[in-house]
Design a protein around this ligand. Sequence first.
Ligand code: ADP
Length: 554
Amino acid sequence: MTDANLQEENADLRRRLEEAEEAIRAIRSGAVDAFVAAEAHGNRVYTLESADRPYRLLVEQMQQGAITLNADGAIAYCNRRFADLLGRPHERLTGVAFRDFIPPDEQALYESLLQQGRAGAGQGEAHLQKADGGLIPVFLTFNALPPDSGVAVGGLVTDLTTQRHHEKLNAALEALKESDRRKNEFLAILAHELRNPLAPIRNALHIMRLTGANGEAVSSETEMMERQVGQMVRLVDDLLDVSRISRGKIELRKDRVELASAVNHAVEAARTLVQCMEHDLTVTLPPLPIYLNADPTRLAQVLGNLLSNACKFTDKGGRISLTVEREGKQAVIQVRDNGIGIAADQLPRIFDMFMQVDTSLERSVSGLGIGLTLAKNLVEMHDGTLEVHSAGAGQGSEFVVRLPIMVETPKPPPEPTVTEPTTTTARRILVVDDNRVSADSLARLLHLTGNETHAAYDGLEAVEAATTFRPDVVLLDIGLPKLNGYDVARKIREQPWGKNIVMVALTGWGQVEDRQKSREAGFNGHMVKPIDHAELMKLLASLSSEQGGQLTKP
Ligand code: ADP
């Protein structure tokens, strides 16, 4: 081979090498989509899609939204996951400004993330607006792309919905644990509180047995027993109220109430505690009466609770004030004390059920931790608000009740007053209760107050006793063995002698539907246990006067 030939071949090889290098450069920079190779049987086309196919598949199928944005923030490319997140058709997203999917109050945040992305990297939490208007919490990551890539920024969009859901579940779980802890603590306190009054009652009974059933000792012991029983009844009433409120079953008996009278009742009820603690209580009422459309008992209960708390959580000899003012269409009642106060971190939880700031407090000072829960619920049921203020521990506390003032209407004519009979009339009374102790003690009590009594302990026995004893009045428990109280009442009413008998249901249930049920079964009255003796006498007197005095025995 001549030199000339060699040189020519060399030049040819160099040219082909340069061509190959040029082709590789073009492929690398993306300028070539396919190349054609001359093969033995003709030309063959190789498309370069297969080269980046694995990456495309990865981006298309990943669980995150992926996007590229042009310099003006318009979407140049997005994967299907991104379109699915937004609930919009994939093919309609190209060219749309990304900011169109950002809610108005997060626009500034988005712009700053994008800005950081353009400059290198930006990331943060935001929300995307779905086609149906819903918001999805997302984590956005923006990264600058090389200038020769044709797009400005690449972005990843991570859906945080599941994470948020888990966070909520965890928070709910924590709240449940906390409320379970408070419930357990509450049960311990409750057991303690219910046991407290029982010990002195047992002692008193012992004293009565030792001293014989008469004399001064007995009278003072019975007074004490009444007080203790009263305290237990109050505790149980509070418990019932709380459970009714949490089941939405509490009912208000609203009426036109003068606020001052509810205040006076509450002050009266708290007087013993105020005196016992040697507090100085001042009550300031407005010059003109304020009328509310409220349940007077519940209103007094709320104010009484705030007053007794003020007494309990203020050291002996403290200052307590209750002021009532009119503020526009609202009555504002403030109960202030200069007592132990409430730390700022406890204030938000103070109205929670079973919440007590200091559970180590002497129990006789504290209660069950449900008073404020009840008070707040009752105030809100009157369309009012209850707030607490305290500058901190040792700084005293202030509770503010706001209630809507009743739109003034002319005063209705006074109700005709029912004159209560002053003398009790002797009656034949059948007492039915499967709790023998309850039945026997009530029968004994009624006997002592001049009635002829008989006790029965189940439904069938009650019907039998009614047939032979022919009572004027039947005091009938509802939950009875063999035949329930409703059926007993119906059976008695079916008898010719049973038409005029006064029947009073004695039950643990006092809701409207319970009263309705007992009325339908033929009862004339409905009382909730434990029965207050004076109330029962009043009811019997009013029922017998309704029946034209037919009950009265000569
Ligand atoms: P209770 O009085 O039975 O403990 P409450 O629901 O009435 O329950 O009150 C809850 C808690 O709020 C109390 O245990 C006490 O820690 C705090 N508290 C209520 N009233 C006052 C007050 N006037 N001053 C300081 N702390 C109070």
